[in-house]
Design a protein around this ligand. Structure first.
Ligand SMILES: Cc1ncc(COP(=O)(O)O)c(C=O)c1O
Length: 412
């Protein structure tokens, strides 16, 4: 992947060497350590080029053909392209590509369908619900009455019986399915059935698996959910941002919930970059990529289990793995710090059993770098060696540097 930003980098180096140093330092960090954060990826040079383009200068409140500003005729074409590509990629009747982030997409979905005080059923935060699924520190927990379902303490799988029981008891206005840490496919048909039974809207927050859906490596929530929210970064490999998909009957409500209800001017450079990413995700190469992401995650999960970590649900269907490192003598927080010192960057997460923190990792970024199952074996062994205290962090760092040297995210 050649870097196409050399010109911009040169301009920045001349005009603001201090900031240029920071950017180069971050590029070096990303290129010489292992990016195992499940929500991260490497966007293509074409996506980065669109992000750094003059479209960033344009104010464009409203929607194509109905803006509050003049001079929008070109950016209108960019937004229509992004919308058409998103609709085609996911088979949706309507797409809104303006949400600034995954959280703002969820906020807009709630704004489109709910009133403050409404009851919403969602995966509880201790089991992998996102902040926007009812955290008291977030607008969702303040404005709505959230009821949380959980996962089975033994299997780590969503407790579908509990979902049905809670839905019957609380008669929520909306049911949310989606998680920051659930490694398995979600049974969207089941959620649809329960939502229909109790007269609730179904909102799928598919921020994590949407890239896999694009590549045909995970089931799509689009045929089942009234509204699908997603991020365009993560496995989808686009710019940081959000999007909303829905049927034609909710299109106007969703659009008005994004602008003017929850956002102002659309970020046209990001929307252009989303169009680029949707175009890339529609290619056969992306299909192969998405399937390789899952193959790598499955291999890594099995290898980590063989090293003694307790892998939640016994494996994964997606890009994401959560695991308890306790059998190796460390808790999740200590493990994350030790691994960071060794050049392996990942997150802590809640575990379905007990209070201890576990590890959450994903294979989207390393797969973009071209790594396969063979490299997953090396990563699992290195990770376990560091956690057991058998491999010193400097030695591990050297091995990580050697590995990332062979699989550069950007070249040139
Ligand atoms: C399920 C889910 N919803 C929403 C979000 C929020 O996305 P953002 O960080 O872009 O606001 C995330 C981010 O990880 C997520 O995993």
């Amino acid at each position: 992947m050649p870097v196409t930003h050399s010109l911009e980098a040169d301009v920045l180096r001349r005009q603001d060497p201090e900031l240029a140093e920071i950017l180069l330092g971050e590029l070096d960090r990303q290129s010489t350590t292992l990016q195992l954060i499940a929500a991260e990826n490497f966007s293509s040079p074409a996506v980065l080029a669109a992000l750094g383009s003059p479209l960033a200068n344009k104010y464009a409140e409203g929607y194509p053909g109905a803006r509050h500003h003049g001079g929008c005729e070109i950016v209108d074409v960019a937004e229509r392209l992004a919308v058409d590509r998103a609709k085609a990629l996911f088979g949706a009747e309507h797409a809104n590509v303006q949400s600034h982030s995954g959280s703002s997409a969820v906020l807009a979905a709630y704004a489109a369908l709910l009133r403050p005080g409404d009851t919403v059923l969602a995966l509880g935060l201790p089991y992998g619900g996102h902040l926007t699924h009812g955290s008291p520190a977030n607008f969702s927990g303040r404005w709505f009455d959230f009821v949380g379902y959980g996962v089975d303490a033994e299997t780590g799988l969503i407790d579908y019986d509990q979902v049905r029981t809670l839905a019957r008891t609380h008669r929520p206005k909306a049911i949310v399915c989606g998680s920051i840490a659930y490694p398995r496919h979600i049974d969207y048909a089941f959620f649809r059935e329960v939502a229909d039974e109790v007269g609730a809207y179904l909102i799928a927050d598919a921020a994590h698996p949407m890239g896999l859906v694009a590549g045909g490596a995970a089931p799509s929530p689009v045929p089942y959910a009234d509204v699908v929210c997603a991020t365009t970064h993560k496995v989808l490999r686009g710019p940081r941002g959000g999007m909303i998909l829905c049927g034609a009957e909710l299109a106007e409500r969703v659009d008005r919930a994004v602008f003017p209800f929850t956002q102002g001017g659309a970020q046209m450079h990001t929307i252009a970059a989303k169009a680029v990413a949707f175009g890339e995700a529609a290619t056969p190469a992306f299909k192969l990529y998405a399937h390789q992401v899952v193959a790598n995650a499955r291999a890594l999960a099995a290898l980590l289990a063989a090293e003694g970590l307790v892998v939640t649900t016994g494996g994964t269907d997606t890009h994401l793995i959560t695991a308890d490192p306790a059998p190796l003598g460390v808790d999740g927080r200590t493990a994350r710090g030790r691994l960071a010192a060794a050049g392996m960057v990942l997150d802590c997460c809640a575990l379905p059993h007990g209070d201890a923190r576990g590890l959450r990792l994903g294979t989207a970024a390393v797969t973009t770098q071209g790594m396969g199952e063979e490299e997953m074996a090396g990563i699992a062994a290195l990770l376990a060696g560091v956690l057991r205290g058998e491999t010193e962090s400097q030695k591990a760092r050297d091995q990580v540097r050697e590995l990332t040297g062979r699989f550069q995210p950007y070249t040139g």
